[in-house]
Design a protein around this ligand. Structure first.
Ligand code: NIG
Ligand code: FE
Length: 411
C-alpha cells in the first residue's frame, strides 16, 4: 500500500467532515483551514488529518513517503464546471479582428465565432480531436484542476455532435480526472438552417438526443440562450427534450442580453446558469428562490472585453457564486483556474476566500460532484494540490500568471 504523510502544512484548506454543499452570501467568506497541519493518504484515500500538535506519530513506516510541506498550502483541486475543451483549431485571427475594432458579436455575424469552429471540427477525425483534447487535459491538470465539465457544440450536425461526445467519452475512459459531458447541440444555428430553425431543432430533438441517450454520451444539456442564437422559447423546447432523455439542464445565458432565460432555465430545473455578464433584478429573484448555481466566467469577460459578472450584487443578495474557465478557442483560450481566481479578485472584487469557495465547493455543486470534490475529508480520494512555499493563501490570486502547483495527488 502506498502511504503518504504530509507534515508541517502551513494551511490545510477546505478540510472537514460535513462541509456544506453550497456556500452563499456571507458564508462565501468562510473557509475551513487548519494551520500547521498534517494529512495522511493511503492509496490516495484521506485516512487522517489534524494539527501537528495532535499528531500521534507513525506506527508503521513501511512504504511511507513523508512530504515536508513546511511553508506550503494543501488545497482540494479546483473544479471547472464549464469548458469547451474539445475543439479542432484555435481562432487567433478573430483575436486580431477584435484588436482592429470588431466585437465578438460582429465577428460571429459575419460567419466567424462558433460557426468558424464548427467548420474546422467537421474536417477533423475523431482520433485527432481526441489526441488534441488529451494533451489539453494534461496541461489543465498541471494547473490544479481536479474535475472538468466538457461540452459539445462545435459539431452542429448529427455526425459531428456525436463525434464530439464520443471524444469526451474516450477522455473519460482514458483519464483519472472526473469528467462530465454536456450536450450543446443548441450552441448556434448552422448557416444552412438560419432561415429554418425548426428543421435544426428537429434534428436535435429527433436525431441527436435519442442517440445520445442510447450511447450514454452526456449528463447535461446546454443551450446558448441569447439574441441571434436561441430564443427563450427555443431553449425551453430543447431543454424539455433533453430532460425526457435523462439530461439535466445547465445553460449559457445572459452573456450579452437579459431576455428572461435565467428564470425559464430555473423553472426547468437547471443545475447552473452560466455567464450572467448581464443580469436583471428578475434574474436575481429567480435565483434567490432556487437551488440553481450562478456560474461566472471572468476569463471570457477579460478576453473579449465585455462586462464582468456582478458577483458583489449576487453575494449581497445572499446568492452563491461559482467560477469556471469557459476554456474555448473563441471567447476564452485559457484554462488556468489560478488566473480565474486572480481575475475574480481583481476585476470582480471577490475576496480570495470567496473566490476559492467559488472554485471548489460551489463549482463542485455546479457539476454534480458535491459528494466527492471541492473539499478534503476522511475517505475522500479526490485530487489534492500541494502548493509551493508561499507567504499566505491570498498570495495565490495575487501572484497572477504564476503557477504555484508543486504537486498534485490522486491524478
Ligand atoms: O461560452 N457563448 C457561447 N459559447 C462560448 C464561446 C464559443 C466560441 O466562441 O467558440 C462561450 O463563451
Ligand atoms: Fe461557454
Amino acid at each position: 500500500m502506498a502511504k503518504i504523510l504530509m507534515k508541517n502544512i502551513r494551511g490545510l484548506v477546505q478540510v472537514g467532515e460535513n462541509l456544506p454543499k453550497i456556500r452563499k452570501g456571507k458564508e462565501m467568506q468562510e473557509l475551513s483551514i487548519l494551520e500547521n497541519a498534517f494529512l495522511a493518504l493511503e492509496d490516495g484515500e484521506v485516512v487522517g488529518y489534524g494539527l501537528m500538535e495532535d499528531w500521534e506519530g507513525i506506527t508503521d513506516w513501511r512504504d511511507l513517503e513523508i512530504v515536508d510541506a513546511d511553508g506550503c498550502f494543501v488545497l482540494p483541486a479546483f473544479c471547472d464546471s464549464h469548458t469547451h475543451t474539445v475543439f479542432a483549431k484555435t481562432r487567433e485571427e478573430e483575436f486580431v479582428d477584435r484588436i482592429h475594432g470588431l466585437t465578438y458579436e460582429e465577428i460571429a455575424m459575419k460567419g466567424g465565432g462558433i460557426l468558424n469552429s464548427a467548420r474546422k471540427l467537421a474536417d477533423m477525425s475523431e482520433d485527432e480531436l481526441f489526441e488534441n483534447a488529451q494533451l489539453r487535459i494534461e496541461k489543465i491538470i498541471a494547473c490544479g484542476t481536479g474535475a472538468i465539465e466538457i461540452k459539445s457544440g462545435y459539431g452542429l450536425s448529427v455526425e459531428s455532435e456525436l463525434k464530439m461526445l464520443r471524444v469526451i467519452k474516450r477522455l473519460k475512459e482514458n483519464n483519472k480526472i472526473a469528467i462530465k459531458a454536456t450536450f450543446l447541440g443548441a450552441h448556434a444555428f448552422p448557416a444552412e438552417f438560419k432561415e429554418n430553425h425548426r428543421a435544426y431543432l428537429d434534428l436535435i430533438i429527433h436525431e441527436m438526443l435519442p442517440q445520445i441517450e442510447k450511447e450514454r454520451l452526456a449528463e447535461y444539456i446546454d443551450v446558448f440562450c441569447e439574441r441571434n442564437y436561441y430564443s427563450v422559447e427555443e431553449m425551453e423546447e430543447v431543454l424539455q427534450a433533453g430532460i425526457k432523455h435523462g439530461l439535466t439542464p445547465k445553460v449559457h445565458v445572459n452573456q450579452f442580453s437579459a431576455m428572461g432565460g435565467v428564470a425559464k432555465a430555473i423553472e426547468l430545473g437547471a443545475l447552473s446558469v452560466d455567464h450572467l455578464e448581464e443580469i436583471a433584478t428578475e434574474d436575481i429573484e429567480a435565483l434567490q428562490n432556487s437551488e440553481c448555481m450562478p456560474v461566472l466566467l471572468p476569463g471570457c469577460s477579460h478576453f473579449i472585453g465585455i462586462p464582468f459578472g456582478d458577483s458583489r450584487r449576487m453575494i449581497t443578495a445572499g446568492l452563491p457564486v461559482a467560477l469556471a474557465s469557459d476554456f474555448n478557442p473563441g471567447s476564452t483560450p485559457n484554462y488556468n483556474l489560478f488566473t480565474v481566481w486572480s481575475l475574480a479578485c481583481i476585476k470582480m472584487k471577490m475576496t480570495p476566500e470567496e473566490a476559492f469557495n467559488a472554485l471548489t465547493i460551489n463549482a463542485a455543486y455546479a457539476m454534480g460532484l458535491s459528494e466527492t470534490h471541492g473539499k478534503i475529508f476522511l475517505g475522500s480520494k479526490s485530487p489534492i494540490i500541494l502548493t509551493n512555499e508561499i507567504p499566505s493563501l491570498a498570495y495565490l490570486p495575487y501572484s497572477f500568471g504564476e503557477n504555484n502547483v508543486k504537486r498534485i495527488f490522486n491524478l
